[in-house]
Design a protein around this ligand. Structure first.
Ligand code: GLY
Length: 584
């Protein structure tokens, strides 16, 4: 076992090992600056607290959440405060102009989900992202004004606060307003992402460049001050007048105007019609634990439960973490789930998603029986399953637990890093490019390599299919694990591994977070692994027929576990910098 300083050294090496799409890594050497950056993370020992805890990708936003909890706010108050703060401090994914999902489990055991996913505008049409030859044009779906779906974040936070919070909107928004107006110091994470992704998106739009570029035509660097006066004004309008300021007032005017002038589709009517929706979570069981996660329009809940159901047919603990057999079984189960995702998943308000069949133990058993422990099945031979008829790049996640035991898991996003890169008029609000999560053409992959079909075709007022999976695991009737991650298509398997690592392999929340990850999404037929697995394991996996590819790190989980005695154990992800878990 490594001692603490050796563990820290490993963490630092991992931090500098590079990042994947939408995950921050590899900071440049730090220039002298008036603030200290970076938060030491212990990869073996969770952060502990007795009352409230917040885990988020940004240390400032985490502190905002802890302050709200200390002032007597509950987990929803703190989560909404963190969400608004991230829109200022983590513009790569934190947002007002995007959307996402909230999972909530109250101290008395009620579990619910709030869907604030973006909606396609009324004028959206099935083939809007195809070029003259009928092929998908990713520029249209990622970086043009057509890429933006009607944002849901403001409506979602307002709904959550109204139904489950205890503090007024203007109180939980005040920290975000102050941060936007007074400014923040650009940290490693933001500097790296501006330099890496901003140069492809933000730089093309004068309104965006005016915010994130310095006078010398360079993106802001670590230690520079980022003041967002326009964003502060927009936040203030929402704090004073509620979500109508965004959906019907001056902000709506500016978003609609930005669209009308630049070939976008969102109108004032689209904004006025937007609604966040409370939905019933997808629930499942795994080896005696209850698992609650996001229902459609996320695919996350269904496929996490489906994969867990398949894996329940195997004794993963016997094979052990990082063994070729355990990894092979998980990869095979993932292939079947992602094949089904391509066929059956879409917006439940428009298509009938057969969630009961997909999450049934019987269906999982039939898939488990197809798995050969010795030999991988080629993805090309896997088709979406025949279901029994039933009647019936950048994203961010944060977790909050309060002293009463209310738990909130939020994953929200602009889609890829900085979304479309477009700031609407003088609002200071970055707009999403979530329309790329629709299937532009059946069978053709999107930015995450995911293929989809009719169920996820573009259509007016539809919500694009997501993989975001805020998840809460319950043990003996009590909230046990609150978790989630960014990572596009890899969100589902990252969250899955948090469950497997804790339930099957007995890891604490820090060990589970730190453990190397792997991912298979059916197509491409590739078992993607992070560095850190034994070469022997990888050799055996190849012998079984897995197409192993060692690639960049995946995900950035922000998790909290509640022990039997009520102690809160939290962990931010060593793959990202500037994130923080803190409590009191
Ligand atoms: N934008 C990525 C997702 O929602 O899955």
């Amino acid at each position: 076992m490594m001692n603490r300083s050796a563990a820290r050294l490993v963490a630092i090496v991992m931090l500098t090992a590079g990042g994947c799409f939408g995950v921050t890594a590899a900071p440049a050497p730090a220039p002298a600056s008036p603030v200290s950056y970076g938060v030491e993370k212990d990869i073996f020992h969770p952060v502990t607290a007795q009352q409230g805890m917040v885990a988020s990708v940004d240390a400032t936003a985490t502190r905002v959440g802890v302050d709200i909890l200390k002032q007597g706010g509950n987990a929803v108050d703190a989560a909404v405060a963190v969400g608004f703060a991230l829109a200022v401090t983590h513009p790569q994914a934190g947002n007002l102009g995007g959307g996402g999902f909230m999972m909530l489990r109250t101290a008395d055991g009620k579990t619910t989900a709030i869907d604030f996913r973006e909606m396609a505008p009324q004028q959206a049409s099935r083939d809007m992202f195809l070029d003259d030859k009928g092929n998908p044009d990713s520029k249209k779906s990622l970086t043009s004004h057509l890429a933006t779906g009607t944002p849901g974040t403001v409506a979602g936070f307002a709904l959550a606060l109204e139904k489950y919070g205890s503090l007024p909107l203007n109180k939980v928004m005040q920290p975000a307003i102050t941060l936007a107006r007074d400014g923040i110091w650009v940290n490693d994470a933001l500097a790296f992402d501006l330099k890496t992704y901003g140069v492809e998106t933000l730089v093309n739009h004068p309104n965006s460049k005016a915010i994130f570029w310095s006078v010398g035509d360079n993106p802001l660097q670590k230690g520079d001050k980022l003041v967002q006066e326009n964003l502060a004004k927009s936040l203030e309008m929402i704090a004073e007048n509620g979500p109508d300021a965004f959906y019907k007032g001056a902000i709506a005017d500016q978003i609609a105007d930005e669209m009308a002038k630049n070939g976008g589709l969102i109108t004032k009517a689209d904004l006025a019609a937007y609604k966040a929706v409370e939905r019933t979570p997808i629930g499942g069981t795994y080896r005696g634990y209850e698992v609650f996660s996001m229902p459609p329009p996320s695919s996350g809940g269904i496929h996490i439960v489906q994969i867990l159901n398949i894996l329940e047919n195997f004794d993963l603990a016997k094979y052990g973490f990082g063994s070729a057999d355990a990894m092979h079984l998980v990869a095979e189960a993932e292939k079947y789930a992602y094949a089904d995702r391509s066929e059956y998943l879409g917006d439940p308000d428009f298509v009938k998603v057969p969630w009961q069949a997909l999450t049934s133990k019987a269906y999982a058993k039939s898939l488990a029986q197809k798995i050969d422990l010795q030999k991988a099945v080629a993805s090309s031979t896997i088709k979406p399953g025949d279901l029994a008829p039933y009647e019936s790049n950048q994203t961010t996640h944060f977790s909050v637990v309060d002293k009463q035991g209310n738990a909130v898991a939020v994953t929200y996003t602009l889609n890829t890093t900085f979304g479309s890169g477009i700031v609407a008029g003088d609002t200071g609000i970055l707009l999403n490019n979530e329309m790329d999560d629709f299937s532009a053409k059946p069978g053709v992959p999107n930015v995450y390599g995911l293929v989809g079909g009719d169920a996820n075709a573009v259509g007016p007022n539809k919500r694009p299919l997501s993989s975001m999976s805020p998840t809460i695991v319950v043990k003996n009737g009590k909230t046990w694990l609150v978790t989630g991650s960014p990572g596009g298509s890899r969100i589902i398997t990252t969250v899955l591994q948090m469950v497997l690592n804790t339930v099957d392999f007995g890891m604490n929340v820090a060990e589970a977070t730190n453990a190397p990850r792997f991912h298979h999404q059916w197509l491409p037929d590739e078992l993607r692994v992070e560095k850190g697995f034994s070469p022997d394991t990888l050799r055996i996996l190849k012998e079984k027929g897995q197409n192993v590819a060692v690639k960049d790190v995946m995900g950035s989980t922000q998790s909290i576990m509640i022990g039997e005695d009520g102690t809160r154990y939290g962990a931010s992800d060593p793959r990202t910098v500037d994130d923080l878990t803190a409590g009191y």
